[in-house]
Design a protein around this ligand. Sequence first.
Ligand SMILES: Nc1nc2c(ncn2[C@@H]2O[C@H](COP(=O)(O)OP(=O)(O)OP(=O)(O)O)[C@@H](O)[C@H]2O)c(=O)[nH]1
Ligand SMILES: [Mg+2]
Length: 351
Amino acid sequence: MVDKIEIIVEAGCGGDGLTSFRREKYVPFGGPDGGDGGNGGDVFIVADSSLVDLALLKQKKKFKAESGHQGGRWGKHGKRGENLNILVPVGTTVSIKAKTGEEKLLSDLVALEQKVLVAKGGKGGLGNVHFATVANQAPRVAGKGKSGEECQITLELKLITDICIIGYPNSGKSALLSAITEARPRIADYPFTTRQPVLGVIRGSRRDFVVGEMPALIEGAHIGKGLGYEFLRHIERTKLLVYLLDGASPTIVDDFAKLSEELTLYRTDLCQKARIIAVNKVDLPQVKPRLLDIRQCLDFLELPVFFISAASGQGVVEFTSKAIEIVERVNQERKAISPPEVAIFHPKPKK
Ligand SMILES: Nc1nc2c(ncn2[C@@H]2O[C@H](COP(=O)(O)OP(=O)(O)OP(=O)(O)O)[C@@H](O)[C@H]2O)c(=O)[nH]1
Ligand SMILES: [Mg+2]
């Protein structure tokens, strides 16, 4: 999955103004008639639903919008250069690199068809009609089109999920994702089977919920161990974090603590998200007798704990409905704290 790239964008140059004179029968000294050049096309970054990552943009480094056309005779304005829309998946942040090397966030494209202007096209030059004066009625000068803006842009995709499943390798993240959604990630008993985030959808009665499985985290991910934590950016926007713990692990509390620590080392506020724990593989004979013990050990965390078996389906329905309930609650809370929409008053025509 290509989730971060740098590209150079260049808006189109303005077309040049034209130097020309009216040439008509019986009209001596027809005067200047050179039109203005058209403006160069702008470059926009647009959120589109057909894309899942930024891979398509990787094939090219520089993106240029069309330049404006030169002005024409008879005072005709040159054609404007076409705008260039660079399509990115929803959830992409757009940052611009200043000359000092500092990056500034321009926009966070979280809604479909949301767009941001990143480079403005150059203005077209003036045709020689504009240069006629009393003293010079046949100006042989015209304006040159201005060059379009050019800048370096960083695009970073942060997936938009409702629920994110994180956990150690082999804890059963893929098995859980395929038990609750229609996604079919690879399930195998070797570590790091899942190397990229995988998304699935829970079909709800009123709306759907997007669930993401993140590649496994291990202790030391922050110093690059395992797959590192380059994928953690994809949980920044999630509403509910599911810590999936392997019920057969002898160090289950420690596993939770280490996962939490890695999250905190990446971004301190990640652990302030809504969180639940799912203890998986309760169908295994060696796990069954330990359930009470595990519950008591995890009690002090004061987080909802579910005992499930992604393989047999035990406890999965209860787990899923609780997860959905929490996501709905988070949605309500976010709505409550987001600023009210600004009322727009339209003037009414006088009677
Ligand atoms: N007995 C039992 N085995 C399970 C259960 N869930 C997963 N497994 C097994 O555990 C192994 C790992 O499962 P995955 O779903 O691939 O685990 P993962 O967490 O996605 O692993 P990575 O992607 O490598 O991090 C597989 O052999 C699964 O068959 C479960 O509920 N019960
Ligand atoms: Mg997996």
